[in-house]
Design a protein around this ligand. Sequence first.
Ligand code: COA
Length: 326
Amino acid sequence: MIRPKITGTGSAVPQKVLTNFDIEKMVDTSDEWIVSRTGIRERRIASEGEFTSTFAALAAQRALEAAGVAPEELDLIVVGTLTPDFPFPATACIVQQIIKAPNAFCFDLSAACSGFIYALATAEKYILSGKVKKALVIGAEVLSRIVDWTDRNTCLLFGDGSGAVVLEAVEGESGILSTHMHSDGNYWEILYQKGAGSRNPATQKNLDDRLVYLTMQGNEVFKLAVRAMGEVAQEALAANGLTPDDVSLFIPHQANQRIVDSIGKRLGITGERVFVNLDRYGNTSAASIPIALDEAVRAGRLKEGDILLIDAFGGGLTWGASLIRW
Ligand code: COA
């Protein structure tokens, strides 16, 4: 049986570290508040001259090297992002140019923090259809450029970086077992970027009104995230006749330690089986799961036959989960 299988992972984050103590100097907050409410201690921030494509291409090259796949072999590049280099062309096309992958078709996918799982599911379907043999799936963000650094409700939550995987059509039992995605457009206004689109274009007035920045109703997002991520994880397990006990490693979207703990408790997956790195990176949106996955792989946390559960939630609303036999 042919299954889409992750054969290599890579990640790249900016060098520049912004700690909670740095943020204390920017807005009325404290390290103690941020750590107790979110679990975040520091995040990486892109410097001048670094863009979403910078980290996406670097993560991609590392994933290709790990997989032993040459860029020319790629049939598809898909980038999940809410902070592309430009509204168009797709950041995936810029990555294609940087890594020199002339045979791939390339596009971006907009599903906010669920972007990596949506992108993975899309590549999975192309592989299952037989149209694609080797795909590069990337989650990449430079959120620091759409965060309002005067808003203490949001600025401390987010960070920059990218993670990537090579997905190949492989004969055997290991690979993606299933992907599950949902959306609820009724809640789009609880988490979105007001400006820079067709509704509030980049006029001087909209810039002066600070409309370019991300805005969020944190409490509402928190409650919906816990419920939706718990439900879709259960759905993925049930679809494969598995239980939480079968899961070797759980990589949830790295938004907030309290969200991660609540979902883990609901599912009965806790302790060492839950991978967390949000203390070091904050919420990197579509990049959070592939960065965590790359760190988990390189730390030897996944061995052949292990069951990996990934689970995300984001603006849209969008949410999704996938089960993968390693
Ligand atoms: N520093 C210090 N105090 C702060 C603060 C900050 N940065 N932000 C808010 N507060 C204060 C509030 O004013 C409020 O004070 P009050 O009780 O005197 O009114 C108190 O802290 C609690 O605020 P609240 O907004 O209820 O905090 P919370 O426990 O909900 O935590 C978030 C706020 C944003 C951390 C939390 O709601 C969250 O993480 N939501 C999900 C966000 C997310 O993950 N988004 C992306 C999803 S993909």
